[in-house]
Design a protein around this ligand. Sequence first.
Ligand SMILES: N=c1c2ncn([C@@H]3O[C@H](COP(=O)(O)OP(=O)(O)OP(=O)(O)O)[C@@H](O)[C@H]3O)c2ncn1[C@@H]1O[C@H](COP(=O)(O)O)[C@@H](O)[C@H]1O
Length: 104
Amino acid sequence: MSDSDRDAASSAAVLDELFATIESRKEALPEDSYTASLFTHEKGENAVLEKIGEESTETILAAKDDDLDELTYESADLVYHLLVLLAMKDLDLDDLREELRERF
Ligand SMILES: N=c1c2ncn([C@@H]3O[C@H](COP(=O)(O)OP(=O)(O)OP(=O)(O)O)[C@@H](O)[C@H]3O)c2ncn1[C@@H]1O[C@H](COP(=O)(O)O)[C@@H](O)[C@H]1O
């Protein structure tokens, strides 16, 4: 495997690795983890739902400004919070992949 193939494979795995980390935070609930704080928040699931609302707005504003760096940054924030929501609802990336695959 070439270096660029290895880099591409590593990039492709990042969502799975991030989701596995989110699941492990959900299980262990370490005190210093932002992710864990979303699972234990006093607002319940509203905490992550509000973040998804905020990050969606910030993503839209970045797109309207044509600020591609900001669009990438806010999109990553949005995807991360969406993955936390899926984990909260006991869904996972395979559920998402399956839904997308059915639309092909
Ligand atoms: N990918 C993320 C990730 N994306 C966003 N965030 C957090 O989401 C929060 C977003 O807050 P804000 O809306 O205030 O965003 P901001 O970027 O500070 O500011 P603006 O968007 O308003 O400009 C910040 O606290 C970010 O740190 C994330 N926190 C954690 N992760 C990953 O989650 C995994 C577990 O990390 P812990 O949560 O530290 O255990 C690790 O792999 C991390 O890389």
